[in-house]
Design a binder for this molecule. Structure first.
Ligand SMILES: Nc1ncnc2c1ncn2[C@@H]1O[C@H](COP(=O)(O)OP(=O)(O)OP(=O)(O)O)[C@@H](O)[C@H]1O
Length: 536
């Protein structure tokens, strides 16, 4: 479809802008650094010949207007046509992710950066989609970082293929259609449904396809040498394109994501399961990738840092603290209080239970003894937030780890009930309400304590083989199970029966790729906590 662009020379100035050097060029035009004649303000000027066969600037200016004000959406400063040139004056940005990745010289991108990209791009799509716009050309070259001080923000660019999916007159979602149509998107990351279905069966892009492109991009960045169909470059002939489509169509999520954290496979499967008009759960996936970053010791921030700090610095919160909330000021105790503290320390009786430092067994035993003997200690164990704690320890993952430890140390049902109540609070502590790996570990520990503290434990999430996802639970079935669990928890005849219910709860949530706890699921947990704390 490419045709020669009319070759009028590019002028020295257009509108109020002096053109400087060329930043990049694409199929339909070129982008130049340009400076405002009066104010000196520097922009990226996207130029296109008015007679170009693919006049994308004409559409883009409308889309840019719709997305102004959003985080990671470039500002549109001016737009117009002068002579034969159609121009858009856009916020000047830094390099694209494609350029950063290529120049890094590495085979893959680091997990922290990929989690940040995931969080930011999903949030960008949420914003655009809420404004009724699909991007339809998600790729690394169309995501650019800002210039300082916005270099941690990823921006979406190139809305030349964008489309409104909400009809402006009816305010309804556009209809799917079987009409044969040309492929719109890019070879590497466009979803399988819009790119590779059989002849004449290409599906219309919708929100799910933008999201699937993000999923493929993330997997590409984590795969040595990238996704297999990208390794021969952009196909130049029809037969090369057909070969690429075949390979892409037949690539199974479990193979594409082998060796990657399971979240990537689950995300890809989730995108592919969405119905044409279904609104993706953006918040849940942002939180899922945030949890993944936290689980790997990278903290909660979605700020993109490039080049990535070395691995040991990334994981050491002490040297990574500039990306964390600042530590509260520790003030000296009021006069007189210090004496009291010192006296208290002198009065401590450490004779019997003092652990020998270095003897792990003894330390563990001492901890267990103290936890078992003193209910107050149990409570403080569950919520170690009374004193000062590093902000990173206040995360959902940290709280869940603490609660799992509390369950393992519990010696009576009251302590287990208390931990379950804490678990509900922790799960609700962010918007996603998803069961993360730490949440599944809590459920496993609880099951073990209730059913038989001596059983060998197969974690409910890990035990699920990849192929099990084909038996994914249907939302209605999941709801039925949760309602039944609520009923059975009241009638259960002892801890073993309660343990079985807990196991079923974990298994059912585990079969749902989203690991989402519904309100019926929370009701079950609340009833379980109550039952454990108040035995009938
Ligand atoms: N706002 C910007 N600031 C700095 N550079 C930019 C900006 N927008 C685009 N670029 C650079 O120019 C290149 C081409 O931009 P863009 O993708 O918008 O143009 P296009 O003509 O639609 O390209 P294509 O045909 O590849 O889709 C980008 O890859 C990027 O490197």
């Amino acid at each position: 479809m490419s045709g020669p662009a009319p070759d009028d020379p590019i002028p020295r100035h257009i509108g109020n802008y002096y053109l400087q050097h060329c930043l990049g060029s694409g199929f339909s035009g070129s982008i130049h650094r340009a400076q405002h004649i009066h104010t000196g303000h520097v922009v990226a000027l996207k130029l296109q010949h008015v007679d170009h066969e693919c006049p994308t600037n004409r559409y883009e200016r409308a889309f840019y207007s719709c997305i102004q004000g959003g985080v990671g959406m470039p500002t549109l400063w001016a737009t117009g046509v002068e002579g034969v040139w159609d121009y858009l004056a856009l916020e000047l940005l830094g390099p694209s992710l494609d350029s950063l990745y290529r120049h890094s010289g590495k085979e893959t991108m680091d997990l922290r950066s990929v989690c940040c990209i995931a969080m930011q791009l999903i949030a960008r799509l949420e914003f655009m989609h809420h404004r009724g716009i699909l991007h339809r050309d998600i790729q690394l070259g169309n995501c650019a970082i800002g210039l300082p001080p916005n270099q941690g923000t990823i921006y979406m660019i190139d809305f030349g293929f964008s489309k409104q999916y909400i009809d402006p007159f009816t305010r309804r979602h556009i209809q799917d259609s079987n009409v044969k149509r040309d492929f719109i998107g890019n070879y590497w990351f466009s979803s399988v449904a819009v790119h590779c279905k059989g002849r004449g069966k290409l599906l219309f892009p919708s929100r799910r396809d933008d999201l699937e492109a993000v999923a493929l991009m993330l997997i590409h960045l984590l795969t040595p040498r990238g996704l297999s169909w990208t390794r021969n470059g952009v196909p130049k002939t029809d037969s090369a394109h057909e070969r690429l489509k075949r390979e892409k169509r037949h690539a199974r999520p479990e193979d594409l994501c082998a060796g990657l954290p399971s979240e990537f496979e689950e995300f890809l499967r989730y995108c592919r399961r969405l119905a044409f008009q279904e609104c993706p759960d953006y918040g849940m996936w942002v939180e899922t990738f945030r949890d993944l970053a936290v689980e790997n010791g990278f903290g909660e921030s979605d700020t993109f840092i490039w080049p990535p700090p070395p691995e040991d610095i990334r994981k050491a919160s002490a040297t990574f603290e500039q990306y964390l909330p600042t530590r509260p000021l520790i003030l000296a105790p009021p006069p007189g209080e210090l004496d009291g503290i010192l006296q208290g320390l002198r009065d401590l009786d450490l004779a019997d239970t003092q652990a020998v430092i270095g003897d792990l067994a003894q330390v563990r035993d001492a901890g267990v003894l103290r936890a078992r003997g003193d209910p107050a200690n149990r409570a403080s164990n569950s919520n170690n937030m009374n004193g000062y704690a590093w902000p990173i320890n206040n995360t959902k993952a940290y709280k869940l780890k603490q609660l799992t430890q509390q369950v393992s140390l519990a010696v009576d049902n009251a302590a287990l009930g208390e931990a379950v109540s804490g678990f509900v609070v922790a799960l609700r502590s962010n918007t996603s309400k998803t069961m993360t790996r730490d949440a599944f570990l809590f459920i496993d520990a609880l099951y073990k304590q209730l059913a038989d503290p001596s059983v060998f434990l197969i974690p409910s999430r890990q035990s699920r083989s990849r192929s099990d996802t084909s038996k994914a639970v249907d939302p209605r079935e999941k709801q039925d199970v949760m309602v039944r669990l609520c009923r059975d928890v009241r009638a259960a005849k002892g801890n073993r029966a309660l343990g079985d219910l807990v196991r079923e709860f974990g298994d059912t949530i585990g079969k749902d790729a989203r690991h989402w706890v519904t309100k019926e699921g929370f009701a079950f947990l609340a009833l379980l906590a109550e039952r454990l704390q108040n035995p009938c």
